[in-house]
Design a protein around this ligand. Structure first.
Ligand code: ZN
Length: 225
């Protein structure tokens, strides 16, 4: 649980968010991740570790060019395979925090042949910066690769092609979400996850999540007296 008494130390926040996201099923099996940028320093977890057991001293610190400036004492640890993906959002969107989730909802939402996910008229869309209830929320979907680092170029292209998006979905894999700080990134990740689940469940129920609902008075020809 995220508490207001949390020390605002980026290392502590990353550990707390990793435990929280693990509990949500977003970071099981060492998957997923969190990265924060503060004061020209980028903090991120090592690759392939149990995210819910992460300790502040396990984190890597990189400079804004991507060079490691502080490494954990345990030299068996390697910097996150997500590093080039996190840096896409830092460089192209001036993000303050980036989250990577292996949420089942995100994964299932990519099961189509489309190159984007489009939804509209869902209250939770309003949690995404720049999006209102009546808008279309569009999230690009990029194809997965055998190695996480190989997603970097296609993710960068998707970020450029969808300037309004704060997320990129990865087919049969998960999602990257960013925000101006960790609070915005977390809020948006939660809203996106809700929308992904809504899209999946609406399709199951026979609704098209991209279709605008019909509003206004009922068709008078169908009125019964
Ligand atoms: Zn991943």
């Amino acid at each position: 649980m995220i508490t207001t008494t949390s020390v605002e130390d980026p290392r502590e926040i990353i550990c707390e968010l990793c435990r929280h996201f693990y509990a949500l099923g977003w970071a099981s099996g060492t998957g997923g991740g969190v990265s924060l940028r503060e004061g020209g320093r980028v903090y991120m977890a090592p690759s392939g570790v149990q995210k819910e057991r992460l300790k502040p001293e396990d984190l890597f610190v990189l400079d804004e060019s991507g060079e490691v400036i502080e490494a954990p004492a345990d030299d068996a640890l390697r910097v996150s395979a997500c590093a080039p993906l996190f840096f896409n959002a830092y460089r192209l969107r001036d993000a303050g925090a980036v989250l990577h989730s292996h949420s089942m909802n995100a994964m299932l939402a990519t099961l189509s042949s489309e190159s984007e996910l489009r939804v509209t008229h869902l209250e939770m869309m309003k949690g995404i910066e720049g999006i209102g209830y009546h808008d279309d929320l569009v999230v690009p979907i990029i194809e997965n690769t055998a190695h996480e680092r190989d997603l970097a170029d296609t993710m960068a292209a998707a970020i450029e092609a969808y300037p309004q998006s704060h997320a990129v979905l990865v087919r049969r894999h998960g999602v990257y979400v960013w925000g101006r700080d960790w609070v915005a990134a977390k809020t948006q990740a939660e809203c996106y996850d809700y929308v992904f689940e809504a899209a999946v469940r609406m399709r199951q129920l026979g609704f098209d999540p991209a279709e605008r609902p019909r509003i206004g008075p009922r068709d008078p020809s169908r009125t019964t007296h």
